[in-house]
Design a protein around this ligand. Structure first.
Ligand code: SAH
Length: 493
């Protein structure tokens, strides 16, 4: 029975701490704010109770007293309650008040700091809040209070005299007043000032001006909350240090159509290169339960996808068995269609003996040409091409095919379709993603009409052929037919 006051960081899911992810995965109850990364709750248990405690659609904030009441109520009942807040819980996050309330209620609590937006948003904009030559101290200030209010708790004139960077949270609406007070307090109107809106998120925007110009700049550039304001010479360093914009896929939107279970890895890689990713899960992998094939009766076992590996191991696990069901390496060879499949095998403790240079069925059949085979097992999806089994049978081998999973089409909703259509690139990682997307959205007209249609990126010749069959011409085809190859092709383009 512990309540954890946890910071979720400023927005980029990569800036969530390892501890926060651990607690989210373990929590019985999660009470969260609005300004947390969109994917922050993805790792929560399916049976966890998720409670939203932010502003409803820009309306009234759930009152703090109500949040505290919920924390105490759940804290007294559930084993692990996570109070998840944007940035850091103790930096303008009312975490201090919540901790005091829990203390009074006699409940155990722990605090998990988060990356605060006042440091992270400037950092992502290329602004170091301290700098050996430009600022030896930094102050975090709330801009929430009206600077013209006579009884304001904040002494802006005194802050003007602060010898260092001022980082102002919640201040976009009051920039003019704040800048004026600072100038009146003795700061130069020419002092650099910056605003970073939605820092660390894919649509981050930053502007740099001076104390005299920043308020008008914010209006002209339509800077809106959430934004961080930075006052001080360090703000000018953005022109040199800005790094986000230099990443290879900065400003590029890539739609990824894949199985829900497989998207996150591709999406993470694209995001790491600076891309904004539209996630369009058009298929879901459904494992097919069944008996474990008699693995030790084969001298060759072929895997044609990572899903096939995982699904077979699900069967093995369900039967109370483990890797020992696989025969010795000296007796049975294991073939994988490509590196991702080999990786999946290795994750289960199985080494791959045969892998073609190109991850397509024809190349696997070729790579197997010199491998002596009398009895082979092909582990794969229900709907798959027969290239490998046929090639093996042609050589006189006895071949068993076991379908361990199937792909089920998921419908995209109107918002998802609009987001895919607006993307710069639309990726297809298999022929089935082509079929499934078109099935899921009813035809391809929206992909060929209009000037700003996404460019179609195909992972390889089989996928390209499938696109052409539906009257779509791939704009780009990857040279290496795997995810790395696909991403490299987009970067080159
Ligand atoms: N506890 C949070 C701050 C909450 S106060 C933290 O440590 O970051 C809310 C204010 O935080 C917003 O008005 C804005 O000034 C700032 N903020 C939060 N997320 C931000 C982001 N991604 N980019 C810029 N400012 C952000």
């Amino acid at each position: 029975m512990t309540v954890y006051l946890v910071g979720a960081g400023p927005g980029d899911p990569g800036l969530m701490t390892a501890r926060s992810l651990e607690l989210i995965a373990a929590a019985d109850v999660i009470i969260h704010d609005r300004l947390i990364p969109a994917s922050a709750l993805d790792g929560a248990r399916p049976d966890a109770k998720l409670i939203y405690a932010g502003k409803e659609g820009g309306g009234a904030q759930v009152p703090q007293s109500e949040i505290t009441r919920m924390l105490i109520e759940h804290g007294a009942q559930a084993a692990i309650v996570v109070r998840l807040k944007g940035g850091d819980p103790f930096v303008f996050g009312r975490g201090g008040e919540e901790a005091e309330a829990l203390l009074e209620a006699g409940l155990e609590f722990e605090v998990v700091p988060g990356v605060t937006s006042g440091i992270a948003a400037p950092a992502y904009a290329g602004i170091p809040v301290t700098h050996r030559d430009a600022a030896s101290s930094v102050a975090f200030v709330t801009g929430h209070e009206d600077p013209d209010k006579p009884d304001s708790a904040l002494d802006w004139r005194a802050l003007a005299g602060f010898p260092g960077t001022l980082v102002v949270y919640m201040g976009v609406g009051r920039l003019e007043g704040i800048a004026n007070r600072l100038i009146e307090g003795g700061r130069s109107p020419d002092e650099p000032a910056a605003l970073v809106q939605r820092g660390t998120l894919p649509d981050q925007r930053a502007v740099v001006g001076t104390l005299a110009s920043i308020a008008q700049l914010a209006v002209d550039e339509r800077i809106k909350a959430p934004a961080i304001a930075v006052f001080g010479p360090v703000a000018a360093l953005r022109s040199r240090i800005a790094w986000l914009e230099r990443r290879p896929l900065h400003g590029v939107t890539v739609a990824v159509t894949r199985a829900r279970e497989q998207i996150s890895r591709v999406a993470a890689r694209l995001r790491a290169l600076g891309a904004e990713v539209v996630v369009a899960p058009v298929i879901r992998i459904q494992t097919l339960p069944g008996p474990v094939p008699p693995l030790d009766s084969y001298d060759l076992i072929c895997f044609t996808s990572p899903n096939g590996v995982d699904a077979l191991f699900e069967r093995i696990d369900a039967a109370g068995l483990d890797t020992r069901s696989f025969p010795a390496r000296s007796r049975t060879r294991v073939a994988a269609i490509g590196p991702a499949t080999a990786r999946a095998l290795r994750a289960h403790g199985i080494q791959t003996d045969v892998m073609p240079a190109k991850a397509v069925a024809e190349s696997l059949a070729e790579a197997l040409a010199d491998v002596p085979v009398s009895r082979a097992l092909v582990v794969r999806a229900r709907e798959a091409r027969d290239v490998v089994p046929e090639a093996l049978r042609d050589r006189g081998a006895e071949v068993d095919v076991v379908a361990v999973y199937e792909t089920v089409v998921e419908q995209l909703d109107a918002d998802q379709i609009a987001a895919v259509a607006a993307a710069d690139y639309l990726t297809f990682t298999s022929a089935s993603t082509v079929r499934n997307l078109l099935e899921s959205v009813d035809g391809a007209a929206w992909l060929t009409e209009g000037e700003s249609r996404p460019r179609l990126v195909s992972i390889g010749p089989v996928t390209s052929a499938e696109l052409r069959e539906h009257g779509l011409e791939p704009d780009i085809e990857a040279e290496d037919h795997d995810i790395d190859g696909l991403i490299a092709a987009i970067v080159r383009a």
